[in-house]
Design a binder for this molecule. Structure first.
Ligand code: MN
Length: 134
């Protein structure tokens, strides 16, 4: 598997936990700790999926999602919003800003990576069958 995940997250503990869980599943991970850097990294690296924290310094995740959706070269990259907000309507707000899905913090280490793999439409069992080196 050669899938690249871009995590835009300012909290280092959350970032390293997500990174660890995804790399454990064989995904490549890059990260940005603010929205501006995240957008630049998306343009430069063309990731397969973007995990987007909503509470970011400067430009919040909703604005980041809207900017990504407005840029031709990256507008089709799936975005999964990751937020600790428990407010009613927050999920709808993220989806309206252009996110394809939504994961709540604190993330569940037992299911987080599998959720991301589902967004990537990867069938792990089939992949193992196809690649004896896995
Ligand atoms: Mn944050």
């Amino acid at each position: 598997m050669d899938k690249l995940v871009l995590i835009i997250e300012d909290n280092k503990e959350n970032y390293y936990l997500m990174r660890y869980l995804l790399e454990h599943k064989g995904l490549r991970v890059i990260g940005a700790d603010n929205g501006w850097m995240g957008i630049e990294m998306a343009i430069y690296n063309n990731p397969d999926i973007i995990l987007l924290d909503i509470q970011l310094p400067g430009m919040d995740g909703y604005s980041v999602a809207r900017r990504i959706r407005a840029k031709d070269e990256i507008q089709d990259i799936p975005i999964v919003a990751v937020t600790s907000y428990a407010m009613v309507g927050d999920k709808e707000h993220a989806l309206a800003a252009g996110a394809n899905g939504y994961i709540e913090k604190p993330i569940n280490p037992d299911s987080f990576a599998d959720q991301i793999l589902e967004y990537l439409n990867i069938d792990e069992t089939r992949r193992d069958d196809e690649d004896p080196m896995c």
